[in-house]
Design a protein around this ligand. Structure first.
Ligand code: F6R
Ligand code: ZN
Length: 188
C-alpha cells in the first residue's frame, strides 16, 4: 500500500530523498544532439566524457503521479549549450510541469503542428508543458540548472522523432547571449 510521505528536494543540489531511481547522461551518449561534431570530439579529447545531466525520481507504478529532479551541468558544445534529449510523451494527453529551483535555462517546446515556444527557466517560474508538445531543457547559465518535474507516472517518453529529425529551432550562444535560431539541419 502506498503511504503518505514527505519527500525532500534540495534546491542547491537537486537531490531527492527518498528517491526511487536515478540515471545520468554523459556527453558521448548525447553526441548526436549537437550539430558541431568536431566540437563534440574536441570536448571528449580535452575534457573527457563529462557528465551533462542526471535525473532523479520518486515514482511508484501504483500511483498516477510521479516527480523528481533534473540536474543539468553548465557547458557548451560549439555554440550549443548543454541540453536534454527532448521528447514527446507517449501518452499524448499527458501534460507536465517544470519548477526551476536553481540556475538559468530555456525550455524549448514544439507542438505536433510545428509551432515553437520557449519558456524562461529560473527560480520562481513553473513552466507548464501542455499535452503533446515536445520539450527540451537548455542550460544557458554558468551554474547547474536544476528543476523539479511532475507528470503522470505512465506518460512515457517518445524520443524517436526528435532524435531523428531534431527540433526546428536551436538555442545557441551569440556574443555571450543565448539566441533562438532556425536549425539548419532540421529534417522536415
Ligand atoms: C519527464 C521529463 C523530464 C526529462 C528530463 C531529461 O517527462 O520531461 O524528467 O525526462 O529532464 O530529459 P530527456 O528525457 O528529454 O533526456
Ligand atoms: Zn516530459
Amino acid at each position: 500500500m502506498l503511504v503518505p510521505q514527505g519527500v525532500s528536494i534540495d534546491a542547491a543540489t537537486g537531490s531527492v530523498s527518498p528517491s526511487t531511481g536515478r540515471y545520468e547522461k554523459r556527453v558521448s551518449e548525447l553526441a548526436g544532439l549537437y550539430r558541431d561534431r568536431v566540437a563534440v570530439s574536441d570536448h571528449l579529447a580535452r575534457r573527457g566524457d563529462t557528465l551533462a545531466y542526471e535525473v532523479v525520481d520518486y515514482r511508484h507504478p501504483e500511483s498516477d503521479i510521479a516527480f523528481g529532479t533534473t540536474i543539468m551541468q553548465p557547458g557548451r558544445i560549439g555554440a550549443e549549450y548543454f541540453m536534454t534529449r527532448g521528447h514527446f510523451h507517449i501518452r499524448r494527453e499527458c501534460a507536465e510541469t517544470y519548477q526551476t529551483l536553481r540556475g538559468r535555462g530555456i525550455l524549448l517546446l514544439e507542438s505536433r503542428q510545428g509551432e515553437t515556444r520557449t519558456v524562461e527557466m529560473k527560480p520562481g517560474i513553473v513552466a507548464y508543458i501542455p499535452p503533446d508538445w515536445a520539450h527540451r531543457s537548455i542550460n544557458v547559465g554558468d551554474e547547474p540548472l536544476i528543476f523539479a518535474w511532475f507528470c503522470a507516472t505512465d506518460a512515457g517518453h517518445d524520443y524517436g522523432e526528435i532524435l531523428e529529425r531534431g527540433m526546428r529551432m536551436l538555442v545557441v550562444e551569440r556574443e555571450g547571449e543565448p539566441r533562438l535560431e532556425p536549425n539548419p539541419s532540421y529534417a522536415a
